[in-house]
Design a protein around this ligand. Structure first.
Ligand code: SF4
Ligand code: MSK
Length: 643
């Protein structure tokens, strides 16, 4: 197998990897190779540099030191490092949620004229959860009260986050009994930093249980606030057809890529590119128009709400620039590789940062402010349009690969669709599982990582699940990976789904894989699971459901936080490569085994996606048995999957 084929499963990416090699441009896989062998202590999680007596490291072979200079055991060191990853991941998601709440307040106050509260139905429903009396109040007044209440939850010191009340009652009781119901979003993150300071918490289970509390504050707090308030501000997504992969870039258009996470900028950019003056300017420079595409989770935001194309996922950010066709890439926060500036320097591509939280040395910064959103967005687009004249057409090389997909599923509309046109109910989903037409459901989410062939694990895992009648729900870069492989269309049910799943997809006209958004939108999956429990017939808690989760190509600290809030909500969750815990048998055993007795969910690590899919299927079958459900309806498979 050639090098580019080993690096990516996606033919479009393979072409750009070859181009990088030919033109001697260093990209992420080259840096990954140069980093080998990677630090074994880091991989095992047994290096500590929390204080200046260190750095300390535990000898994994037992010959050298078995504690740090302060006496911290490997269990303590591993647990502390792990929960610090949760702190960072939860902080990233939650800060995103905070920014959306801030934008909602500005919009409600009339200070951010370019935003309007579009999701009025969701506004009322969410206001109710927060105990806001909506009677006789204007949309703006309700929005303002809701925004204030959500913002207050970041610094809340006592009590519980309001959105926890959306979880099944039994789950809420588990959290209370274990003392891990999050009090305030920031509070739990700060407490991680305190507990993991030199000389504080050295009981690994106690450390991890608090990490779980902070992660729950992400899933049922910061991330859920981000999702719900985004739906209120920008409107709830509806199923929508779109396209994906590098082939969405256009040879004869000004190509603008929005990359990062927060929809406050990208949403307004979707309006800015329609500006007649900018379109005329693009024509003046010889382009046929302005082509706006997304990258990573910003792609998911504009894909879900506007049907705009996604040029690719995490490992394709440099590859988009390598096409030579990108006039401008604007970035906000998270998953933006520092290497982008050097790759952009090899082409005419202009890189523009927009968040005060994410600047690059030597890269133009145009600060985004909600109060002047459209004006700033147009200003940035103009820079891209003006850069078209610098494009070297001979260097343009856009892979032809492009695939259609249907995105835009949400907790609410997935219910409506599954329940028929006018009903908001998951009854048909529950019935399909109870009857055995569907075996169960799985959430497959997360990033890419050069330590696994790009997209391969996502695609193969999902195909195997579909083939075994498991309905798949996706977010983030995982959804983009499967969309590129053609799995996110209703038609794909004929090729990939087992007989039962295909029947369900045919009956309701949905793809076998439901794309529910970006990484903060994993909170939608929590709400879908809660709705399935509430509908009845499948147990009393999320941990009773024939369901499982996976992050087969994870890389970010956000993925760790997501994993922990799923396990803490009762979900069996399989990560591809292990979390950095293997240096402590105790911590590994705790999170992959023991924790199930208290939380109802646990982790597993398996890099082979087919094996991992079967671990999930086995778990689903175990839950079916516990619920006394019969066997799955159809034994024969319709699709054949190449391994
Ligand atoms: Fe070493 Fe302990 Fe300091 Fe960590 S906290 S660096 S183990 S002395
Ligand atoms: S962008 S967190 S690589 S999913 Fe959300 Fe993708 Fe993972 Fe970033």
């Amino acid at each position: 197998m050639k090098r580019h084929e080993k690096r990516s499963y996606d033919p479009a990416s393979q072409k750009m990897i070859q181009k990088a090699e030919k033109e001697n441009i260093e990209i992420v896989w080259d840096r990954y190779d140069a980093m080998q062998p990677q630090c074994g202590f880091g991989e095992l999680g047994i290096c500590c540099k929390i204080c200046n007596m260190g750095p300390c490291r535990i000898d994994p072979f037992g010959d050298g030191p078995q504690t740090g200079i302060c006496g911290a055991s490997k269990d303590t060191i591993v647990a502390r490092n792990l929960v610090r990853m949760i702190a960072s991941g939860a902080a990233a998601h939650s800060d995103h949620g905070r920014d959306i709440a801030h934008a909602l307040l500005l919009a409600a106050d009339g200070e951010a004229h370019d935003y309007h509260l579009k999701g009025t139905e969701k506004l009322k429903r969410t206001a109710q959860v927060y105990g806001i009396d909506t009677k006789g109040k204007s949309t703006e007044k309700i929005g303002k009260e809701l925004g204030e209440k959500c913002l207050a939850e970041f610094g809340q010191q006592h009590g519980e986050l309001r959105l926890l009340s959306l979880a099944p009652k039994k789950r809420q009781e588990i959290w209370r009994k274990l003392g891990i119901a999050p009090r305030g979003i920031d509070r739990e993150i700060v407490e991680i930093m305190h507990r993991t300071h030199i000389g504080v918490d050295n009981d690994y289970k106690n450390v991890i249980n608090h990490g779980m509390r902070a992660a729950l504050g992400d899933g049922w707090g910061g991330s859920m606030i981000a999702t719900e308030l985004s739906d209120i501000l920008f409107g709830s997504p509806e199923p929508i057809r779109a396209t994906v992969n590098l082939g969405t870039l256009k040879k004869d258009h000004v190509n603008i890529v929005v990359h990062g996470h927060e929809p406050t900028l990208s949403d307004v950019v979707t309006d800015a590119v329609k500006d007649p003056e900018l379109l005329a300017l693009a024509k003046k420079y010889g382009a046929k128009g302005i082509n706006l595409v997304g990258m990573c989770c910003t792609a998911n935001e504009i894909l879900m709400r506007h049907g705009l194309p996604s040029a690719g996922n995490f490992l394709q950010q440099e590859l988009a620039i390598l096409t030579g066709s990108v006039e401008l890439m604007m970035v906000d926060v998270q998953c933006i590789m520092p290497a982008l500036s050097s790759v952009a320097n090899c082409f005419h591509t202009k890189l523009v940062t927009t968040s005060p939280k994410c600047k690059f040395p030597g890269v133009e910064h145009v600060e985004f402010k909600e109060e002047k959103a459209l004006e700033i967005a147009k200003n940035i687009i103009r820079k891209g349009v003006e850069n078209y004249k610098n494009r070297v057409q001979q260097r343009v090389d856009i892979p032809k690969e492009i695939k259609g997909l249907v995105a835009g599923f949400t907790t609410e509309n997935a219910f409506r669709i599954l329940g028929g046109k006018y009903r908001f109910t998951v009854r048909p989903l529950n019935d399909a599982i109870i009857s055995g037409r569907l075996r169960g459901a799985a959430g497959v989410v997360g990033c890419n990582n050069p330590n696994i062939k790009h997209d391969w694990a996502h695609v193969e895992m999902v195909k195997e699940l579909l083939r075994n009648d498991v309905l798949v729900v996706q977010t983030g870069c995982s959804a983009i990976a499967c969309a590129k492989a053609g799995l996110l269309t209703p038609e794909s049910a004929y090729e990939y789904a087992g007989v039962g799943l295909r029947e369900v997809c045919e009956a309701v006209g949905i793809p076998p894989v439901l794309h529910v958004g970006s990484c903060v939108d994993n909170s939608r999956i929590l709400l879908i699971l809660s709705a399935v429990v509430a509908e009845g017939g499948l147990g009393e808690d999320i941990s009773d459901l024939p369901a499982a989760g996976a992050a087969p190509e994870w890389m970010s600290e956000k993925a760790i936080s997501i994993g922990f809030y799923f396990v803490g909500s009762g979900v069996y969750t399989v990560f591809g490569t292990p979390q950095p815990v293997m240096g402590s048998e105790n911590v590994t055993n705790y999170i992959t085994n023991e924790i199930e007795h208290t939380m109802g969910g646990k982790f597993a690590f398996e890099a082979d996606p087919i094996k991992a899919a079967h671990m999930m299927i086995k778990h689903i079958d175990k839950k079916r048995k516990a619920l006394k459900l019969g066997e799955v309806m159809y034994k024969e498979k319709t699709a054949t999957v190449k391994k």
